[in-house]
Write a protein that binds this ligand. Structure first.
Ligand code: CDP
Length: 216
């Protein structure tokens, strides 16, 4: 994506690996915009469910998303999405969204529409964007790619501590095995195992690495 004029730090990784906290703090420290691409997939999943569409019916999912009015904006230096003028932010972690999001996200037309929206953020802003395919597909040419992992036990514990029912192993399996933009470690990504690190520790490692790469 050589049309992105601004700098993009891509942070990918599996569910509950700590990406969101790290990406938000990193963006704050650098003065960049924070974009949570998972929240965008979650928002569209809630929209699909609210329209009574079966998340396994790829054709209807695609039609529903194609007809939605999706507006990706900013609030307090973070991405904020409105669909048909409704802000779904408070509902993105509902059980039914956790359960359906990987299936809705596996529909290629859905990804095509949402990836275009995500790329448009980089036209005007420096970004920290987190997700599953940011370094591999959304911004493959950025020199700043990180993959944050943690052991399955640590990730389960982190999600449980957030008080959520979330089958993260099932979601990881689905995200890693889908045909469209699966979760992979981009070839040139710097991998960080956050199992025994604090958020601050991970952010410090990323900032060090960015300095070595010449990011000012
Ligand atoms: O925060 P958590 O790790 O639970 O996941 P998330 O980042 O909110 O992403 C929720 C789901 O959206 C993932 O399980 C993927 O199915 C999908 N997703 C995706 O397909 N591509 C992305 N770039 C980000 C999320």
């Amino acid at each position: 994506m050589r049309t992105a004029f601004h700098r993009v730090i891509a942070i990918d990784g599996p569910a509950a690996s700590g990406k969101s906290s790290v990406a938000r703090e990193l963006a704050r420290r650098l003065g960049f915009i924070y974009v949570n691409s998972g929240a965008i997939y979650r928002a569209i999943t809630r929209y699909v469910l609210q329209h009574g569409v079966d998340p396994d019916d790829g054709v209807r999912v695609a039609q529903t998303v194609e007809s939605a009015d999706i507006s990706c904006g900013l609030e307090n230096n973070e991405s904020r999405i409105l669909i048909d003028d409704v802000d779904p932010t408070d509902h993105l972690r509902e059980d039914r969204v956790n359960e359906a999001v990987s299936r809705v996200s596996s529909v290629p037309q859905v990804r095509q529409i949402l990836v275009a929206k995500m790329r448009s953020y980089a036209c005007n802003h420096d970004l920290v964007m987190e997700g599953r395919d940011i370094g591999s597909v959304v911004f493959p040419h950025t020199p700043y790619k990180f993959y944050i992992d943690a052991s399955p036990a640590v990730r389960l514990r982190r999600r449980a501590a957030q008080g959520q029912r979330d089958e993260i192993a099932a979601r990881d399996r689905a995200d890693s095995s889908r045909r469209a933009s699966p979760l992979i470690i981009a070839e040139d990504a710097h991998v960080i195992d956050s199992s025994n690190l604090t958020i601050e520790g991970v952010v410090a490692e990323i900032l060090n690495r960015l300095k070595l790469k010449g990011l000012k």
